[in-house]
Write a protein that binds this ligand. Structure first.
Ligand code: ZN
Length: 113
């Protein structure tokens, strides 16, 4: 299960940082997830809760910010919002584009005590 691995990695990173700052509890974690990251947010939320058990992140709130996918079309020089990895430029129907945003998976911030 992909999302379980991701959830565990996130908790590892946050727990490590909390440890460095002598914190004893993680209250909340804020993530940025791109539309093209392939991550099922529902599934990640579920896994996060499970992965928190028996760590100092137990009961931590998870806030997810979705990042809209954006691409730059090299054929018509337009930026557009991608609907999926397999959709062409809506202006010229070409696939000659560069993805600018939407593949993110990052920890934006977290709150510790
Ligand atoms: Zn185009």
């Amino acid at each position: 299960m992909h999302e379980m691995t991701i959830a565990m990695n996130i908790i590892d990173i946050v727990c490590q940082k909390a440890n460095d700052e002598n914190a004893h509890k993680i209250n909340s974690v804020e993530l940025e997830i791109g539309e093209l990251s392939g991550i099922m947010i529902d599934s990640l939320e579920f896994c996060f809760e499970a992965a928190c058990k028996n760590t100092i992140a137990d009961g931590a709130e998870l806030n997810i910010h979705k990042i809209k996918a954006e691409a730059f079309c090299k054929s018509c020089n337009n930026n557009f919002n991608m609907k999926s990895n397999f959709s062409p430029c809506p202006t010229c129907n070409n696939f000659d584009f560069e993805i600018l945003k939407g593949k993110e998976l990052s920890i934006k911030s977290f709150n510790i005590d």
